[in-house]
Write a protein that binds this ligand. Structure first.
Ligand code: GTP
Ligand code: NA
Ligand code: MG
Length: 303
């Protein structure tokens, strides 16, 4: 489209790290710094993706955060080639140190050439040793700025809220220093599914991240092999939205089945087209499954 259609968009930040190092609690703490969240005050839904509005040098700046909890959406998305994140916040508990999933997470980020900000969490705890974390991570090529390297490390506590503003600032500074965050709001809407679930009351619900264009209520959408008309768009507070701009995570209600993490979605002109695309994809999946079932059977025959 037109040069004018390219607008700056918020950075999309994935929070990764070893189990129980405090990813979710840190995100909870960050969300409470958010004026918008306070105003909405509604029931927060766990969708694993949130946009907060922060302030840097007096300017309001939104940041989109994606949690990677027990479910392996990030790994699934990576495995399926979906590029979702601009920055990884690597959470390392200061009392526990670098652990296997810490290394796995930083390997993922480095392989995808995604800049890393290290949040050294739980600095409130007895036995916390933030200097040791910095030391340990140099072995993996993450050298703290104060040691002459290029990686921003921030000491934080999700419990006492120490360092949260510094962490937000580190994310924005990293974004400004190394990324060109623009998106075209006028293109055909596209994006990626972060998670899908079957809700008792609302049926299939997909949390999607819009990556380009503007997703609107009423749009005909194909997500993986699911399709449907967007009946409602909900933000992380359960508030209805009329539209979702790039980097906005949003829940989509109205699909006929549940898409999977890492599926891409697109918007088409007509419901019929959405259905045809979804049908073709379902047929492809069935064929692949049949083929692999046949292969299994013939391998078993050999035994
Ligand atoms: P998984 O999603 O299971 O991988 O865990 P997680 O990384 O999201 O950790 P979670 O936020 O669930 O926190 C794990 C535990 O650490 C909880 O009991 C938290 O209350 C605690 N915790 C998290 N952050 C802090 C912190 O800054 N200080 C202290 N003292 N405890 C913390
Ligand atoms: Na946990
Ligand atoms: Mg968690």
């Amino acid at each position: 489209g037109d040069e004018d259609d390219w607008d700056s968009r918020p950075p999309v930040v994935t929070v990764m790290g070893h189990v129980d190092h405090g990813k979710t609690k840190l995100l909870d703490a960050l969300r409470h710094t958010n004026v918008v969240a306070k105003e909405a005050g509604g029931i927060t839904q766990h969708i694993g993706a949130y946009q907060i509005v922060t302030e840097l040098d007096g300017v309001e700046r939104p940041i989109t955060f994606i949690d990677t909890p027990g479910h392996e959406s990030f790994t699934a998305m990576r495995a399926r080639g979906a590029k979702v994140t601009d920055i990884v916040v690597l959470v390392v508990a200061a009392d526990d140190g670098v652990m296997p999933q810490t290394v796995e997470a930083l390997n993922h980020a480095q392989a995808a050439q995604v800049p890393i900000v290290v949040a050294v969490n739980k600095v409130d705890k007895e036995g916390a040793n933030p200097a040791k974390i910095r030391q340990q991570l140099t072995e993996y090529g993450l050298v703290a700025e104060e040691y002459g390297g290029e990686t921003m490390f921030v000491d934080v506590s999700a419990t006492t809220r120490q360092g949260l503003e510094e962490l937000e600032a580190a994310v924005l500074l990293t974004a400004d220093a190394s990324l060109d965050l623009r998106a075209n709001t006028e293109q055909d809407p596209q994006g990626v599914v972060i998670e899908g679930k079957l809700d008792k009351g609302r049926g299939p619900v997909a949390t999607v991240l819009v990556q380009r264009g503007t997703l609107r209520q009423g749009d005909s959408i194909v997500a993986g092999d699911a399709y449907g008309r967007v009946r409602s768009l909900l933000d992380e507070h359960g508030n209805k939205l009329k539209e979702a701009l790039p980097a906005r995570p949003v829940q989509v209600v109205g699909l006929t089945s549940v898409p999977r993490a890492g599926d891409t979605f697109l918007v088409v002109e007509e419901d019929r087209t959405a259905r045809q695309i979804a049908d073709r994809r379902q047929a492809r999946i069935r064929n692949a499954q049949n083929a692999s079932a046949r292969k299994r059977i013939s391998l078993e025959d050999l035994d």
